[in-house]
Design a protein around this ligand. Structure first.
Ligand SMILES: CCC[C@@H]1NC[C@@H](O)[C@H](O)[C@H]1C(=O)O
Length: 601
């Protein structure tokens, strides 16, 4: 069960019970919880903590907000007798950054990686028709050999302190839902679908994996009217759909796939999901969906909001989608970590394209030196062997979890790594080789090229299937009145891309200006709303000059929290919207531009 990532459902064979709500919670600065017997006895003098939530912003004292180290959760969970005979599991949507799970005093499993789900099989220790003590030890320290990359400092007063090599707050906790699951012994454990198109049909190639070899497998596809349009038998096959309703950008049509297992004609399990029939290709400078070119209009985002930090909040997500639709957007990048599963379901239904990104962020000593790191190439560090294992593991889980979403366009394997040194090449060679076969749909793989990783300076341009450029002339250099030099420099670099043999699309995945809402100045100054528009106008003039630029995703949809710093005014203010999701002037400007750019431009 521990490698199963199917989204939990309740039906006549399966039970999914939410464990969200208030849990016992306790910091453990002395890291003594284990020898104090907390897994066996529960948490002494615990406080109450909402789940899902980051703990940080609830508190009124800085030591609690900034707490770094071990911290514990506990909850007594009643498991009804009705679940007997099934495999019983606990599914954690995200425990940031690492967790150890105990049930009734027994250690069940550990998990590393704060932005992907994992399941603990508790069948061997669960007690039916009574309460079971579920205890978790979490840890939110940052390390150079873990994702996202950073250091953990120790202050003179003995307090640990997170030192991220990345620009988002190290929100920590059970940031996504926790579920109690009961599933059949003989069950569907995974499935995958890929689509090929002919002039009049869609061929849906499916693979089903099951926990046991005995059951017979039947797969049906139903259209939006509930009509069964195709049926297949066996663990592998192809369903032919005549006159299919294809999944298109901002014109989504979904089918229901139903996978039934029977033993001696008796049904033992069923798993249903929503899928979209579409193809994705990179052909020359074009990104094609169902053979049609698409132009990406969208954003870099964060799962970030006031009160609960990085907690997944369906209300915020709904508002974000309404804002993106209002803007005329059709895509976003899950910067800088895989988002909650509900986000991909939203995108499937709304016809948005997603660049799905793992938290391989901060792999750059310059970022560290911004925080007092070393001046060396990140990939020369002795930490890269251990880091690689975790990196590949998290890409594997991201693809495993998200591979059936029609909205997922591509996999972003890193954000702004240091590729300006040859020492990056062996790491990238292995990463792109080891991830080649993970996705049955063989979606494009990419990473974002930072400011310093230009056409001339990056040693890793040979790897991505298309390019994501993060560029900040007008903000991090050639800013203010010098922005015209910034534009000239950007054009000079793009002229080299254009003159090269490189025959792949380029998408601008980050550009922008920190902007204080309500700050107006004529003529403009940096941080004013006028300047944010001027900077976007500069980039848009450049985008409109090169036909190999196939997308624009300014940084960021909304303002978001970062560490304190002399370059941050209570967080990063590059949002087109404020953190409470209200528009800055630039949102109206960009909305007007995007109204004139067709999704299939
Ligand atoms: C020059 C690097 C820019 C940087 N890129 C990664 C994002 O996570 C940051 O927020 C963004 C920024 O500093 O605004």
């Amino acid at each position: 069960m521990e490698k199963e990532l199917l989204y939990p459902v309740t039906n006549q064979y399966r039970f999914d019970q939410s464990l969200d709500g208030l849990w016992d919670f306790k910091f453990d600065e002395a890291a003594e919880g284990q020898q104090q017997g907390w897994p066996q006895k529960g948490l002494p003098a615990a406080i109450q903590m909402p789940v899902p939530a980051s703990f940080n912003d609830f508190f009124t004292d800085k030591a609690a907000r900034e707490y770094t180290g071990d911290f514990w959760y506990a909850k007594r969970v009643f498991v009804p007798r009705a679940f007997q005979g099934r495999v019983i599991g606990l599914r954690f949507g995200a425990a940031t950054h690492r967790a150890t799970v105990y049930v009734n005093g027994q250690e069940i499993r550990q998990h590393e990686g704060g932005f992907l789900p994992f399941t603990a099989d508790i069948s061997s220790v669960v007690k039916f028709d009574q309460e079971n003590l579920v205890v978790l030890k979490l840890n939110n320290e940052l390390h150079r050999d873990a994702l996202p990359a950073g250091d953990t400092g120790v202050l003179k007063n003995g307090k640990k302190m997170a030192k991220p090599f990345f620009d988002f707050y190290n929100y920590s906790g059970l940031n996504r839902s926790v579920q109690l699951m009961a599933v059949p012994q003989d069950r569907v454990t995974d499935y995958s679908v890929t689509t090929t198109l002919t002039a009049t049909t869609a061929e849906v190639h499916y693979t089903v994996t099951t926990s046991q070899a005995t059951a017979k497998v039947t797969v049906t596809l139903q259209d939006e009217q509930g009509t069964v349009v195709a049926t297949g038998h066996g663990r592998q096959g192809t369903l032919i759909v005549d006159q299919p309703q294809l999944w298109n950008v901002r014109d989504a049509h979904l089918y229901t796939i139903a996978i039934q297992l029977t033993v001696n004609d008796d049904p033992v399990d069923e798993y249903r999901d929503q899928i979209g029939l579409r193809t994705i290709e990179i052909v020359g400078h074009q990104i094609l969906v169902n053979g049609e070119p698409v132009y990406l209009k969208g954003f870099g985002r964060h799962e970030d909001s006031i009160y609960a930090g990085r907690a997944f909040d369906l209300n915020v997500e709904k508002r974000d989608f309404e804002l993106m639709k209002w803007m005329g957007a059709n895509s976003f990048r899950t910067s800088h970590y895989p988002y909650d599963e509900a986000v991909y379901r939203f995108a499937d239904r709304e016809g948005f394209l997603i660049i799905d990104e793992v938290p391989a962020v901060g792999f750059k000593m310059a970022a560290a030196s911004f925080l007092g790191g070393l001046d060396q190439s990140f990939f020369d560090g002795e930490w890269t062997t251990e880091l690689y294992k975790k990196h590949l593991d998290q890409i594997t889980d991201m693809v495993h979890r998200d591979k059936n979403h029609p909205s997922v366009l591509a996999w972003s394997l890193l954000n702004e790594p240091d590729t300006s040194s040859k020492s990056a090449v062996p790491y990238f060679e292995k990463l792109f080789a080891d991830t080649q076969a993970l996705d049955p749909d063989q979606r494009p793989r990419t990473f974002t090229l930072n400011e310093d990783d230009t056409f001339d300076t990056s040693y890793c341009k040979q790897f991505p299937d298309f390019y994501l450029l993060n560029r900040y002339p007008g903000w991090y250099h050639k800013w203010g009145y010098e922005i015209s030099d910034g534009e000239a420099g950007l054009r000079a670099e793009l002229d080299k891309w254009q003159a090269s043999e490189i025959d792949k699309p380029v998408v601008f995945s980050e550009y922008g200006a920190d902007t204080q809402p309500g700050l107006h100045k004529l003529p403009s100054v940096m941080w004013s709303e006028e300047y944010q528009i001027e900077l976007l106008q500069m980039f848009n003039r450049v985008f409109d000059s090169y036909d190999f630029i196939r997308g624009e995703q300014p940084w960021n949809l909304a303002d978001f929290q970062t560490v304190e710093g002399n370059m941050r005014v209570n967080g990063n203010k590059k949002g087109l919207f404020t953190r409470d999701r209200q528009p800055k002037e630039a949102a109206f400007y960009l909305r007007k531009r995007w109204a004139g750019i067709d999704n299939n431009f």
